[in-house]
Structure formats: C-alpha cells, structure tokens
Design a binder for this molecule. Structure first.
Ligand code: HEM
Length: 418
C-alpha cells in the first residue's frame, strides 16, 4: 500500500468517525505526509510508540517561528486570533528555557490542592446547570451543560467577578463557533478577553485575593515574577486550553455512555452505591476512547530527524494524532471497545512530556463530577435523536459534538437553585 491510497481525511464523514481512517494510517502509513484543509503540509504520527516519542522530542519545537512555511504569519497555525491580540507567549507556543520558567511559575499557583479545594464549587455549578433544564425533560447537553460548566468553573477559579462571567461565556462561545462565526469575530473576542484580563490583573494587583489570578501575580521563582502581559497570556491559555477540551470530555463522554447501555449501567450502579473507583477509571477510558483532543498541538522540526523510519525535514510541521495512538492495538487490548474498568490505560489524551496538560486535575474533577451528577439526577437519560443526526465540529485539533439533544423523565427537585 502506498500513501496515495490513503483514505480521505478531514471530510465530514471522517469527522463523524475518524477511527477507521486512523486504523488504516497506523497500519499502512504510520508517519504520513498530508495536505491539511488550510493548504499547510504536515506529518501525521499515528502509532502509540512514535506518538509518545514525538511528544517528548526536544528537537520538535512548539514555537511557530520554526515553521518552514511561515504559515503562522497568515494565521494558519496556532490559536485563531492569538497573533492579532499579541498573546503568543504562552506555554503551548514556547520551548525551554522560557517554557520551564513560565511552567514553574504557573505550577506554584495552579496546584492540585487548589483544584481539590474547588471540588464543592464544581458540584454546586453542575447541580445549578442541571436545575436549569431538569423540569423540561429534554435538553441540549452541549449548550446547556457541557459548554457553560467549564467556563463558569475557570472564571470562578481565576477570580472573574460573577457579574462579568456572562461576557466570558459570549466571548468563549464566539471562539468555539469560529468555523461558522462572523468574520473577524474570533479575533475581536480574543482582543476583548485580553483587554478584560489585563484590566482585571491590574485591579487584583492593587488588592490581592485568594483566587488564581492573585496567585499568578504573587507566584515567584528565585525572585522572578510574571509580567502583567505574561499573567494575561497565562490566564488566557488556561481559559483557552481548559474550555473546549472540557466541553468535549463531557459531550463525547456522555455520548459514548449513551451508546453503550451495558457500560453505562455499570457506571450508574457504581456511582449510585457512592463508589469512586469505577468513575475514575471511566473518565480515563473516555479520554482514551473518544478524547477531546484529536491531534496534539503543532510541533516543528528544528533539525532533520526520523520518526517511525520516515525522514522529517527541518521546519516541517508534525501533528501527533492522539486519537489514533490511543487506539493502537499494539498498546491497548481491544482498543475499539469501551471498557470503563480498564486498568492498563496509559492514554495520551492529556499529552506527554513537558507540555503534559497542566489542567488535568481540574479536567478530571469536572469530568467525574459532571458524569456522576448527570447519571444520578437523570437516571433514564437517553439520546433524543439518532446518532446519524448528530454533527461533529470540523476543527483540526479538537473533537467534539455541535449538539447533544437528550430526553429524560422531568424532575422538579432543585438541588442548587441559587
Ligand atoms: C478533558 C480536558 C482536557 C484535555 C483532554 C486536555 C488535553 C491537553 C493536551 C493533550 C495537552 C498537550 C498538548 C500538546 O502537547 O500539544 C494539554 C496541555 C495543556 N492544558 Fe489541557 N486538557 C484538558 C483540560 C485542561 C484544563 C481544564 C486546563 C486549565 C484550566 C488545561 C490547561 C492546559 C495547559 C495550560 C496546557 C499547556 C501545558 C504546557 O504547554 O506546558 N487543560 N492539554
């Protein structure tokens, strides 16, 4: 087989179910050069060992200045709108030693302990959102649940006052819809968000609180602090990296459970008994089985190198296909089967190496709380449309549903109606 006979990638059919095409690539063209819909040429890495190696390879830079085509200058790589808003200096676009310095500083502020202390608030937010539609007996779980939960959660954590959080919801909505949104809308939203964050940082500096933005301002490493611009870029990347990903964990995760009644029943019974073990392995399995980040973010070869026997030239972009690696049958037994109790599960859903997801503890907390609360409060939750009617977002990096219509027996109990 040659690369020329590779299945079509990035079509709407592919977006609905990319896994057969990834299986083909893993087998016949595990390091595959392709032209992306944007016209940029890139290498796709699909086997688990190659993916792990590439994610940790220091010769692959995260900084788009290393791209041979300079496509970043045309906004073809990276986060839409970020250049225009001058938010380039964030963790996913830089290499050591800058990355080491910034990551060390943010890690002092965004600690697992801070996340653990936030658990009751996530439960409260989750219940409040379910309260808002529970009496109707139907809902679109993306718009009414998966989308607002991470936005309100990160706003609370950062210390964005409640009265400003709906602005964030609007700006984030514009960013997530960028495929079909108004022209220039994303760049405008990013700009507004940056201006707001800078102003908020300025205000917090005058009166520090116990929120994450105050902790970012306070964090110091050998006497070094974040500048206001760095703190704004950091708050922005926490929002950006932690928002759509979590929407998709809740959306893809709920969808996978609704399509597999046996596995869903196991989880529902376990959660009903107040257990947490299966809930924890379930969220890891959902991250592996149909995770939110289909392709890791851009990497660029800073020198000639070899991955899986293929020669990669200096300046070539490399995209690690996490969704393909996490279904590699050489690493995972029965990779196309959802097995919520899977123990041997070193999935790459949160990446690997120095850019490993900084927000993994928060993502796990939100994912576990959202799924457990949904299954407990709406026990007969089911899809309200056939799977063939669902549409997936067409973006390159993320994998997620546009809508998830569900129905259930209406409940009038309000758990958290404030
Ligand atoms: C289910 C939800 C999430 C998933 C699947 C996810 C996945 C990932 C992945 C795959 C990477 C590495 C990308 C790469 O190497 O190219 C990453 C990095 C990152 N994530 Fe997450 N993420 C999630 C939630 C969050 C949350 C909630 C936050 C913060 C609030 C967050 C913040 C970050 C940051 C800051 C980075 C960059 C780290 C660095 O470059 O050092 N993520 N995430």
């Amino acid at each position: 087989m040659t690369d020329a006979s590779a299945p079509a990638l990035f079509t709407w059919e592919f977006a609905a179910d990319p896994y057969p095409a990834y299986a083909w690539l893993r087998e016949h063209a595990p390091v595959h050069r392709t032209t992306l819909p944007s016209g940029v040429e890139a290498w796709l890495v699909t086997r688990y060992p190659d993916a792990r190696q590439a994610l940790a390879d220091a010769r692959l830079s995260k900084n788009p200045v290393h791209h041979s085509e300079r496509a970043h200058a045309k906004g073809k790589v990276g986060i839409p709108g970020e250049r225009s808003a001058d938010l380039m200096t964030h963790l996913l676009n830089i290499d050591p030693p800058d990355h080491t310095r910034l990551r060390r500083l943010v890690s002092k502020a965004f600690t697992p302990r801070r996340v653990a202390e936030f658990a009751p608030r996530v439960t409260e937010l989750t219940n409040r959102l379910i309260d808002s539609f529970a009496a109707r007996g139907e809902a679109d779980l993306i718009h009414e649940f998966a989308f607002p939960l991470p936005i309100y959660a990160i706003c609370d954590l950062l210390g964005v006052p409640a009265e400003d959080q709906d602005d964030f919801r609007d700006w984030a909505g514009m960013m997530i819809r960028h495929g079909g949104g108004p022209r220039g809308g994303v760049a405008r939203s990013v700009k507004k968000m940056r201006a707001y964050l800078l102003e908020l940082i300025h205000r917090k500096r005058a009166q520090l609180g116990d929120d994450l933005i105050s902790a970012l301002i306070r964090a110091s490493d050998h006497g070094e602090h974040l500048t206001e611009n760095e703190a704004a870029a950091m708050a922005f990347i926490l929002l950006f990296a932690g928002f759509e990903t979590t929407v998709n964990l809740i959306g893809n995760g709920t969808y996978a459970l609704l399509r597999d009644p046996g596995q869903r029943r196991l989880l529902q019974d376990s959660v009903g008994r107040g257990e947490t073990d299966l809930l924890a392995t379930a969220v890891e399995e959902l991250l592996r089985y149909d995770g939110p980040v289909e392709l890791a973010t851009w990497r660029f070869a800073t020198e000639p190198l070899t991955i899986g026997g293929r020669s990669i030239g200096t300046g070539d972009p490399v995209l690690v296909v996490l969704a393909a690696a996490d279904r590699d049958p050489e690493r995972f037994a029965g990779p196309d089967t959802l097995d919520l109790a899977r123990r041997d599960n070193p999935h790459l859903g949160f990446g690997h190496g120095i850019h490993y997801c900084l927000g993994a503890p928060l993502a796990r907390l939100e994912g576990q709380t959202a799924l457990a609360t949904l299954l407990t409060r709406l026990p007969d939750l089911q899809l309200a449309v056939g799977p063939e009617e669902l549409r997936w977002r067409g973006g390159l990096i993320m994998r997620g549903l546009r809508t998830l219509p569900v129905s259930f027996t209406a409940v009038r109990d309000v758990v958290n109606g404030q």
